[in-house]
Ligand binder design. Sequence first.
Ligand SMILES: [Zn+2]
Length: 266
Amino acid sequence: MHNSIVAIFFFVLGTVVGSFSNVLIWRLPKRKSILFPGSHCTNCGNKIKFFDNIPIISYIILGGKCRNCKSPISPRYPIIELTVGLAYLFSYLFYNPIEYMQIIRMIIIFPLFLAISWIDVEHRVIPDELTLSVAIVGIVLTPIVYGWQGLINSMIGAAAGALLFWIISVLGKIAFRKTAMGEGDIFLIAAIGLLTGWKGVLMVIFISALLGAIAGTIMIVLSKIYSRNHKETDTSIPFAPFLCAATIIVIICGEKLLQYYLGLFI
Ligand SMILES: [Zn+2]
């Protein structure tokens, strides 16, 4: 049975983890230590006191400004905190509490995926530390959830995902004479393969391509509408957000989607 006190606990835990995701998003692309120094204002360097560092609430109380220098704090902070908080709440409510390993897996990978996606959109890189963390979650949790057979399935998933993306990147280079698929994407799909196994990774690739195509079409239409005011901009789109979103979809309802899809033909 779900308990409302536990539900609130999951939400609050999510906002605290979201606060740490913000640290990753800010510091990892700049190659700064994620532990030292403690939280400080990125404008004036003032150390942020613990009571000004409460997720979401402090941002509202401070009116989105640093207490010391009054420079605006990025709305990214409360947005990420709220997003992870809601994801944790959803993870708890969605699964039966008996399936606690599924909940643990989801609450570990969600903030990692969020950081990967945000950093890829902002900087067009995927930090290896984050991809490696996803891979470790896959290697450690898969045998616990699915047994040793699951681990073999994971290894095949990682190899299949990496191989497919590597082929796409080679073909892309030949066809378009530019890098269509970065090294970061290849590492990420291998790590995702460890989480989902081979069937899962194929579904992730299919769904992410679909999501990417939809987003790409919307972007082309929008850029046509606004093209009078804008110069030719970089039309390549970061792929990690689609891979991460597709992986979450596959973890939540991959089995059902597969049955539905196969049911169309049989
Ligand atoms: Zn400041």
